[in-house]
Design a protein. Structure first.
Length: 215
């Protein structure tokens, strides 16, 4: 099973918003879907950026998307059963399915999944689909059922207690191991940024609150 350092995962997640910055590992494929950002890097790394601010997440994240000719809303409480048999938030599942179908077309299967924000929601779903380890930063809650599911142990979520996004949507739950970190006081609207998570992750590793690598 693939292992990746949390430092590397945070660095890649931050750089995913400007994919041209990533020189190594080399970019292999980019998802062509207009509304979905996903990248496959050498070493079987699936990299999934999302919105970089709380404000963008709340205002734009799922609201403008039309996946399967349906406008999706974060506030929607609807859930759908995924291929794995687990019930997920319908918006996050639809987003993850675009990535899954794209990878299937490309005959690719990830060994490691890294995501931030909306990408971290999809990472949880795809971790179960592929039985692949995943690291999610600022992760929303995609799972309807409370309690563990198959492959739960493969997913690590790193959230901050000053970030609103990991508390959403209400009535849903995280998958896997969740680490809730207490960062130094920061501006509320910058707490969701991947750059803030990178700093908090490094400090948490230094204090022993996070491991050096996953899984």
């Amino acid at each position: 099973m693939a292992h990746i350092s949390l430092d590397d995962a945070a660095t890649l997640a931050e750089a995913s918003y400007d994919i041209g910055r990533i020189v190594s590992p080399k970019l292999v494929k980019s998802c062509p879907h207009r509304d979905v950002q996903a990248y496959v890097l050498e070493g079987g790394i699936l990299l999934l950026p999302g919105s970089n601010t709380v404000r963008d997440y709340l205002r734009y994240n799922l609201r403008p998307l039309r996946l399967g000719n349906k406008r999706l809303h974060l506030k929607d409480g609807g859930s759908e059963k995924g291929a794995s048999g687990t019930f997920w938030h319908q918006g996050f599942l639809a987003y993850a399915k675009v990535i899954y179908d794209w990878l299937d077309t490309e005959n690719l299967k990830p060994d490691t999944i890294i995501g931030h924000s909306l990408g971290a929601a999809a990472a949880q779903i795809l971790s179960k689909s592929y039985a692949a380890p995943a690291i999610g930063f600022a992760a929303p809650r995609p799972k309807l059922v409370n309690g563990p599911v198959k492959h739960d142990k493969l997913c690590l979520l790193i959230n901050r207690n000053d970030d609103l996004v990991p508390t959403l949507p209400s009535g849903f739950h995280h998958m896997g191991v969740t680490k809730l970190l207490v960062p130094p006081p920061r501006n509320w609207f910058s707490s969701h940024k991947m750059s803030s998570y990178k700093t908090t992750t490094a400090a948490a590793q230094k204090s022993g609150a996070l491991p050096k690598a996953w899984p």
